[in-house]
Design a binder for this molecule. Structure first.
Ligand code: GRF
Length: 200
């Protein structure tokens, strides 16, 4: 299949969408190797939807509350994604755990950002756990999505020092700008790899 110059990329969100905005703004650069073909939210009230529209991006909603079970929700999400025809899917603050079925449909094309120095602290409350463990540093990782929650190979990660009076909230606040720099860089590296291969 003929390859478009930029790698078609879709973004999944659930909330405020700051990582989505950072990726979308980076993708506006002519020499950035990925283009954003759409933003999908599982929550109709996600603030990120308005921010995506303001950037002129396609937006869709697949509201998980409207489906009887996870499989039905994922089949609807899968169909919406097929319509966008992405090569890469970025989970950016997407708070649904994806089943092995969905991951198998998009294997090797699904990446996520997680607010810890993986493989440490998979799951939730990552900053609180790092502080309670007495760690000196906390961080953020962009990784491939596999059937194991937060278990896929790390693509890139960055860290900051944990300060004596840090709380989980202050750490999250100080890490956010690090996240917003990391995700566009990590996607760029992945998209450059995709550009070297024939379209899947
Ligand atoms: C980010 O901190 C990300 O690491 C985590 O969820 C948060 C989403 O923020 N998975 P946003 O929706 O991108 O603003």
């Amino acid at each position: 299949m003929m390859r478009s110059p930029k790698v078609r990329t879709a973004i999944l969100i659930s909330g405020r969408g700051s990582n989505m905005v950072a990726i979308a703004q980076a993708a506006q650069a002519t020499d950035y190797p990925a283009e954003i073909v759409g933003v999908i939210s599982n929550r109709p009230d996600a603030k990120g939807l308005e921010r995506a529209k303001a950037l002129g991006l396609n937006t869709d909603i697949v509201d998980h509350k409207l489906y009887d079970n996870r499989k039905a929700f994922e089949q609807a999400l899968h169909a919406q994604l097929l319509a966008l025809d992405p090569e890469i899917i970025c989970c950016a603050g997407f708070m649904r755990i994806l089943t092995p079925w969905f991951v198998s449909q998009w294997h090797g094309r699904l990446i996520n950002i997680h607010p810890s120095l993986l493989p440490k602290y998979k799951g939730l409350n990552t900053h609180q756990r790092a502080i309670e463990a007495g760690d000196t540093h906390a961080g953020v990782s962009v990784h491939w999505v596999t059937a194991e929650l937060d278990g896929g190979e790390v693509i890139d990660q960055r860290s900051i020092e944990i300060l004596p009076h840090d709380t989980a909230d202050t750490l999250a606040e100080r890490l956010l700008p690090v996240e917003l720099a990391l995700y566009p860089d990590a996607l760029e590296a992945v998209a450059l790899q995709f550009q070297k291969q024939p379209r899947q």
